[in-house]
Design a binder for this molecule. Structure first.
Ligand code: NDP
Length: 474
């Protein structure tokens, strides 16, 4: 049987484009791809990239304040002009969209700028009525914001809307306590919005290390976000040009805008999965084996639509492994253990890899090395901000099982620690590494005594050292 394509990809985001590009450029596959929106997907168009640029924008007042601490009198970030920033952001996203388009097309792939759905195991239907056949079909459609299902929720924004707002709202409510809620509350606050964050739990970032969660919760408060814990809106109503939120504690408040950051769900609506009998899990996630193959052998899925680890670099790796396996004859799969991630709050980020202290406590046989200090840079400028670095170490093998960093550029640091941890580094390996002084990261190789032990006999526990990082440890 002959097909129009060797591979047809539904979704032009990070995972789909990588899979299509590698299949075409490295293995000579004939590739088609359908994208209903802009090439680049969530990460490039309405996620990681514009979000991080907005974090940079929101950090300018901190930089100006720090400059004053270093003797720059009159240092002031000035007035933030959303229109100027947004025009520059749009231009940058258009540039990246072009790069994604060219990346696939220059590899020989064909892009269909329209919606696609499955018709049979080898056929895809396009919005304009075309039918396209392919030996293999890859679903890489990602996820979409999940709303809590409350009355009036259509009056709220989702994270996508942040990048296309007409203006920065004067007073905004962010609902949720995950990655997006923490990052977007940080951005909105930094851009001058009076920001309230309502989270139903007792500290943000469930699933992260407990001390990191405490520190992010406290930092949000310190930068001026009004963090309301144990609070959720039950209903939204119109209030002039704004929105009135009615909360679970009986209170009600008005905002210029409400943003839901209450999770994301696989974007499977209208794909035709059920009609074809593709197995999905309870959240709608497409169920795949370790090679990203569904129960229908010609259909594969990668990225957020499979709800494994919902991060761009994971989707890219899954897409690449799929291409290597199916078109390169080199069976490869992604190890979803030990994936590092960072939450880009400001001024300190929270970055993590591996076992948290809660998990360590449940497992036992673990030592915790925990350092707290005030970094010399911000301390000199008059800030009291503290960094935390924590290592979770197996008491018997000395292997480092987890690392959690709360500090400036923590995402950059965890990336490098992840290499060592992925290679099976022990605490002795870190101890043997000579510090680069003066840096923040040197603390990772200079922690001497465990501060806590979980289910390990002896010796007594030490308090986490609290100090200023102005001089090397003696
Ligand atoms: P998360 O799953 O991280 O957080 C969802 C939040 O919404 C949680 O605090 C959750 O509370 C809360 N929530 C869920 N349902 C309700 C409800 N009905 N009412 C009130 N609160 C609710 O999702 P995000 O949307 O923040 O992010 C989605 C994913 O995108 C992340 O998991 C991550 O994989 C990815 N991402 C990664 C980033 C990065 O790498 N820096 C940045 C942004 C996103 P509870 O904890 O109590 O369940």
């Amino acid at each position: 049987m002959t097909f129009d394509y060797d591979l047809f990809v539904i979704g032009g985001g990070s995972g789909g484009v990588r899979a299509g590009r590698i299949a075409a450029s490295e293995y000579g596959a004939k590739v088609g791809l359908a994208e209903e929106s802009r090439m680049g997907g969530t990460c490039v168009i309405r996620g990681c990239v514009p979000k991080k640029l907005m974090i940079f924008a929101a950090s300018a007042p901190d930089a100006a304040a720090e400059a004053q601490g270093y003797g720059w009198t009159g240092a002031d970030a000035g007035r933030f002009d959303w229109d100027v920033f947004r025009a520059r952001l749009d231009a940058e996203l258009t540039r990246l969209e072009g790069a994604y388009t060219r990346g696939l097309e220059s590899a020989g792939g064909t892009i269909y700028k329209q919606r696609a759905h499955l018709i049979d195991p080898h056929t895809v239907g396009l919005a304009d009525g075309q039918r396209i056949t392919a030996k293999h079909i890859l679903i890489a459609v990602g996820g979409r914001p999940h709303l809590p299902g409350i009355e009036g929720q259509e009056l709220g924004m989702i994270s996508d809307d942040l990048f296309t707002m007409d203006r920065v709202p004067g007073r905004v409510l962010v609902v949720g306590g995950g990655f997006i809620a923490c990052e977007f509350a940080t951005i909105l606050n930094g851009l001058g919005a009076e920001t309230v964050l309502a989270y139903r739990g007792d500290k943000v970032l469930r699933g992260f290390d407990r001390d990191g969660r405490d520190l992010v919760t406290a930092q949000l408060d310190e930068i001026g976000v009004d963090v309301r814990l144990g609070l959720s809106p039950l209903r939204l109503g119109k209030d002039g040009a704004g929105v009135r939120a009615h909360f679970n504690d009986g209170s009600a408040e008005s905002f210029d805008a409400v943003m839901f950051a209450t999770g994301r769900a696989p974007y499977i609506k209208g794909l035709g999965l059920a009609e074809l009998g593709v197995h999905c899990g309870p959240k709608g996630e497409i169920l795949v084996d370790k090679y990203s193959q569904t129960n229908i052998p010609s259909i594969f899925a990668v990225g957020d639509v499979t709800d494994r680890v919902n991060l761009t670099p994971v989707a890219i790796r899954e897409g690449h492994s799929f291409a290597d396996t199916v078109f390169g004859g080199q069976p490869r799969f992604v190890d979803h253990d030990l994936v590092a991630s960072a939450v880009y709050t400001r001024p300190h980020e929270l970055a993590s890899i591996g076992m948290t202290e809660d998990e360590a406590e449940a497992r036992g046989g673990v030592e915790i090395y925990d350092a707290r200090f005030r970094p010399m840079r911000s301390l000199f400028a008059g800030s009291d901000a503290r960094v935390m670095m924590k290592l979770v170490v197996d008491a018997e093998t000395c292997r480092v099982l987890g690392c959690h960093i709360f500090g400036p550029e923590a995402g950059e640091m965890i990336q490098l620690v992840a290499i060592a941890i992925g290679m099976g580094a022990t605490k002795a390996d870190l101890d043997r590494t000579i510090a680069v002084h003066p840096t923040l990261a040197e603390e990772l190789v200079t922690m001497r005594q465990p501060t806590r032990r979980h289910d390990v006999p002896e010796p007594p526990e030490h308090d986490a050292p609290e100090r200023d990082m102005a001089a090397p440890q003696l």
